[in-house]
Design a protein around this ligand. Structure first.
Ligand code: ZN
Length: 257
């Protein structure tokens, strides 16, 4: 089985000491491609370098809505210059996060719209980070006529919100939260969506699956998310693996088809 981890942070210092072992264990678990999204300018160069060194690691860079105080005016210009290199598979992770109360929402929105414009300029999909702001994000995507698609990472909204993303040309990403029995809402949403709309992600080192609760998450645990999805849906794990991998490839690596 071939799987794609559409979102993890293998570039972070928490993986520095055993990076090679983690990458090897992911490959042994059948992970044929991984997307490393950037959250701040300071991390972009390592992501781009890792993607140049390893054929199965792919770079996405962006300015995350939770780190507003880290971002500077000229970061957008640097994002544009990376966008033109052909080294990126997406812009991300970008979006709105209204879960945290003390973040400047107007500034988040302005930054999100500016990054959507960069993605549109280079015809790149976007990796969305959205909490408590799905309606606002969808309104912006509609108003901007954004038509490059993307992935809603670690989706945790309602079925109705998921269906609106599908109408906007987006895929929904299934993460480790579906491995928890008590996560009843997201489990029912993932059970109900069409398989053509789903991709998988670990978000490592965050959101470890239930069997690794409290530990550092790893891309090697992606098969556990696949198994949880298969338990919720009527398709076999082989069918879900094949279709989510095809969905990921079509959006992110169309040249490798
Ligand atoms: Zn992330």
């Amino acid at each position: 089985m071939e799987l794609v981890d559409t979102h993890n942070h293998l570039d972070l210092p928490v993986f520095k000491t055993d990076f090679d072992e983690v990458l090897q264990s992911a490959r042994e678990a059948g992970i044929v491609a991984q997307v490393l999204p950037g959250v701040c300018r300071a991390g972009w160069q390592r992501i781009v370098s890792l993607s140049a060194e390893h054929a199965d690691l792919h770079a996405a860079i962006g300015l995350h809505p939770l780190y507003m105080t880290h971002h500077g005016r000229d970061d957008l210009e640097l994002l544009r210059s990376h966008g033109g290199t052909g080294n990126l598979v997406a812009i991300g992770e970008i979006g709105l996060d209204y879960y945290v109360q003390d973040v400047d929402r107007a500034a988040q929105q302005e930054l999100f719209e500016a990054q959507l414009a960069v993605a549109a300029e280079f015809r790149l999909p976007v990796l969305l980070h959205v909490r408590k702001a799905h309606d606002q994000v969808q309104a912006i995507l509609r108003r901007k006529h954004f038509d490059c698609g993307g992935i809603v990472h670690a989706f945790s909204g309602s079925l109705q919100q998921a269906e609106k993303y599908l109408q906007l040309g987006f895929l929904i990403s299934v993460c480790g939260s579906v491995t928890y029995d008590r996560a009843t809402r997201i489990r029912s949403v993932i059970a109900a969506l069409p398989l053509e709309s789903l991709v998988l992600e670990t978000d490592a080192p965050d959101i470890p699956p239930a069997t690794h609760h409290g530990e550092r998450n790893s891309p090697a645990y992606l098969p556990e998310i696949l198994l949880a999805a298969a338990a919720l849906r009527r398709e076999s794990k082989e069918e879900i693996a094949a279709q989510t991998t095809a969905n990921s490839r079509r959006l992110l690596f169309p040249d490798s088809l």
